[in-house]
Design a protein. Structure first.
Length: 364
């Protein structure tokens, strides 16, 4: 009897599949906000993501089923997708993509007892392919899509073409795009909406703090980070809380440096810090700006991160590292009030399209 009641409830509820890219933490942090909002409605949510991100979802939403996906091996150059190299990578890693995709589709319909009503993808290509195969509406809700609508800027060692090729390959069509962006983008397309950053609500605890948050992305070489640590150890009037997956125990002997692994404590430190030293990931820059925190950026060698850093510089929201020296940090600090005031004015001018309102429109 209970099984029949559950089946009837499943049929009556709207069913939503949320695909979350497993690279970095930006995608998962953004979609945690979206899922929290979705659960305010009469919906059943299932998440598709990678093994490490599954653990985060399980901690946050214990009752939401999670289907595991793999990150596709895709490489490209200025001429487009490198099909030969993609095929070699699949063979070398013993990946039967067709068999895995078939199992993935079966898992979705086994959990939902039918096809979902809506698929949301945060740069997760497997759920998009399922949407095309099953003719389910696809909502792309992320920040990468902005590159389709931006003019290319000449950035040394990186090209917008690679970003656009990937987007067009993984997500060639969509029913709606909601693009999260910390800087203004102007798009004339009724299927595309640009919204203010999709970030958790963080209350600022700043009280003339001498605390600094330092974020080291896992996707860069540790030698670069060691050079940064060797600089900040000599800046004694600030305490640097460094978040990293690497082991830098030798720097813990300095009183002004604390080494942390990633945890929930990160947002507590961010909400009470004076400024942020970080790579150029979109989500963390967005969270920092939401708290009116000036940013000192040292971007990774990717087009996206270098573009984000240029936007920080263009709108005078912080400083982009050139050689990362004590003199450079002192120059940044001398302009601290200027950056802080600019951030407040910038948000008042551009942050007027709320992502929660856009999501509500879908249900209305």
């Amino acid at each position: 009897m209970k099984k029949n009641i559950r089946l009837k409830l499943l049929i009556s509820m709207k069913k939503i599949l949320v695909g979350i890219c497993g690279i970095g933490n930006g995608h998962i942090n953004r979609q945690i906000c979206v899922i929290e909002q979705l659960l305010k409605y009469d919906v059943m949510v299932v998440v598709a993501t990678t093994e490490d991100k599954k653990k985060i979802i399980n901690r946050k939403f214990s009752k939401i089923p999670v289907i595991l996906v793999t990150i596709p091996w895709i490489t490209c150059d200025d001429n487009g997708l490198d099909y030969k190299d993609c095929l070699i990578k699949y063979r070398n890693n013993n990946i039967d993509q067709y068999e895995k995709f078939f199992e993935f589709c079966l898992s979705i319909e086994r959990i939902f007892k039918s096809k979902p009503d809506l698929i949301i993808s945060d740069y997760e290509p497997n759920v998009a392919q399922y949407a095309y195969a099953s003719m389910v509406p696809l909502l792309c809700m992320e920040q990468q899509s902005k590159f389709i609508y931006l003019d290319e800027i000449n950035i040394k060692g990186a090209s917008i073409k690679e970003e656009v090729y990937r987007l067009n390959y993984f997500f060639p069509k969509y029913d709606k795009r909601i693009i999260s962006s910390f800087f203004p983008i102007f798009v004339n397309n009724e299927k595309v909406t640009i919204v203010s950053p999709i970030i958790p609500k963080i209350n600022s605890n700043f009280k003339d703090s001498k605390k600094v948050v330092v974020y080291f992305s896992p996707y860069s070489d540790s030698e670069k980070y060691e050079r940064i640590l060797n600089v900040i150890k000599d800046i004694k009037n600030y305490t640097f809380n460094v978040y990293t997956i690497n082991n830098y125990k030798k720097f813990e002997r300095y009183e002004n440096i604390n080494i942390h692994s990633f945890s929930d404590k990160f947002q507590d430190d961010l909400s009470s810090c004076s400024f942020l030293l970080s790579t150029g990931g979109h989500q963390l820059l967005s969270e920092s700006l939401s708290l009116d925190i000036p940013i000192y950026v040292f971007p990774l060698e990717t087009y996206e991160q270098k573009y984000n850093a240029l936007m920080v510089e263009k709108y005078n929201l912080g400083f982009v590292a050139k050689d990362f020296s004590c003199d450079e940090i002192n120059n940044f600090l001398s302009r601290y009030d200027e950056f802080h005031n600019n951030i407040i004015c910038f948000k008042n001018k551009y942050y007027n399209q709320n992502w929660e309102d856009e999501l509500k429109k879908l249900f209305d």
